[in-house]
Design a binder for this molecule. Structure first.
Ligand SMILES: [Zn+2]
Length: 99
């Protein structure tokens, strides 16, 4: 795998456009090609180097936590804005829903 560091970054563009294997740049990622009209079916692994194309366990956990924080911040700021502009005490109910 030392050859990966010696490749020129400009040589990466054709393999990126053609959706080749991220490790060896030879094997295909999709069964019928990346721009097929019949749909993209991802292969389980590279036919050339054997790299397995799957996400690591816990890949989406960080996105879930960040998304939850954004939603809570949005709901609380919206509740504060409604409370300030209307004078109602709806902020208590929004905070109950968010948390
Ligand atoms: Zn490969």
């Amino acid at each position: 795998m030392q050859n990966d560091h010696n490749k020129n970054y400009l040589n990466l563009m054709p393999s990126l456009i053609a959706c080749k294997c991220p490790r060896c740049r030879v094997g295909m990622v999709y069964k019928h090609g990346p721009y097929s009209l019949t749909g993209r079916t991802m292969l389980p692994g590279c036919s050339h180097c054997g790299l397995v194309y799957e996400k690591e366990p816990g890949y989406f956990y960080a996105a879930m936590y960040v998304g939850y924080a954004f939603i809570v911040a949005e709901l609380v700021s919206m509740a504060v804005a409604i409370s300030v502009f209307t004078g109602s005490h709806v902020i208590i109910h929004f905070c109950d829903i968010a948390i």
